[in-house]
Design a protein around this ligand. Structure first.
Ligand SMILES: NC(=O)c1ccc[n+]([C@@H]2O[C@H](COP(=O)([O-])OP(=O)(O)OC[C@H]3O[C@@H](n4cnc5c(N)ncnc54)[C@H](O)[C@@H]3O)[C@@H](O)[C@H]2O)c1
Length: 257
């Protein structure tokens, strides 16, 4: 039988949660799902910005809803998730736990509170959101798709970013572990690793450092949130049904140079 591309890449009518959606890459990924007919709950700590973004999308006719909360606070995660599931009428097809933070200090000076903050948001909240999502997805005959977000420091060490590097290495390993346990149960979990992307996370890098990075990118430019839309559509749709635990760089070739 001919491969039905339209059906395989179709995510219309799917329900999704994207964390960190008030700006940057999460916003771009949420937008990609909205543009393809998903109903999306965006979760973020920046209330005003989140509300404005969702309002903007709803005016465009998209089903975008915000839940404000602090993913660093474990006690809030149940409430945040439950609120999102109420909006999504109990159905969850796609989870992208993408919210992340970066802190830069030399290792010997790295404040322990910042270590905890980075690990709480970038790793612990990712696992807790996935665990809650699995409890719903595993009961659905249609299963689910989970897309985690790594980084170039999933492979490299980076500099002055020990907590971030530890968290992103762990996210890709977590993805593999969960993928093994879930592959036969109708759940796909894969990890996108963005390269250097032009978002506020990198706003405090010096121009000299940015130029240094650009020289190493074979594509000759930094990535944008739009560059993640295609990979996300693939990983969120039936087209990726036989992809499990993959770590996929979306980096303009940075990693292979
Ligand atoms: N920008 C890059 O170059 C790059 C590269 C590789 C990976 N990433 C990853 O992509 C993801 C998104 O990064 P970005 O560049 O869009 O960053 P960003 O700083 O622009 O956006 C992060 C979002 O997460 C939200 N957030 C932060 N702490 C939160 C908390 N405690 N609770 C709820 N929401 C919180 C922020 O409010 C913000 O909207 C992160 O996981 C990041 O590590 C980014």
């Amino acid at each position: 039988m001919a491969y039905d591309y339209k059906t395989m890449f179709d995510v219309s009518g799917k329900h999704a949660i994207v964390t960190g959606g008030a700006q940057g890459l999460s916003r771009g990924m949420a937008e990609g799902l909205l543009e393809n007919g998903c109903k999306v709950v965006l979760i973020d700590i920046q209330q005003e910005k989140l509300e404005a973004v969702c309002e903007e999308y709803r005016k465009m006719g998209y089903e975008a809803y915000g839940v404000c909360g602090n993913l660093a606070d474990r006690a809030q995660i149940d409430t945040i998730f439950d609120k999102a599931m109420e909006i999504l009428d109990g159905k969850l097809d796609i989870l992208i736990p993408a919210a992340g933070v970066q802190r830069r200090h030399l290792p010997e000076e790295f404040p322990v509170e910042e270590w905890d903050l980075v690990l709480n948001i970038n790793l612990n909240a990712v696992f807790l959101m996935i665990q809650k999502a699995l409890r719903i997805m595993l009961k659905q005959p249609t299963g689910g798709k989970i897309i985690t977000i790594g980084s170039m420091v999933t492979w490299f060490g980076g500099t002055t970013v020990p907590a971030y590097t530890a968290s992103k290495g762990a996210v890709s390993q977590l993805t593999k572990s969960l993928a093994v346990d879930c592959a036969g149960r109708n759940i796909n979990i894969n990890c996108i690793c963005p390269g250097y992307m032009d978002t506020e996370m990198c706003a405090n890098m010096t121009q000299a450092r940015k130029d240094e990075c650009t020289v190493r990118i074979p594509a000759g430019r930094w990535g944008t949130p739009d560059d993640l839309k295609g990979p996300v559509l693939f990983l969120a749709s039936a087209a990726s049904d036989y992809l499990n635990g993959a770590t996929i760089p979306v980096d303009g070739g940075y990693l292979v140079k």
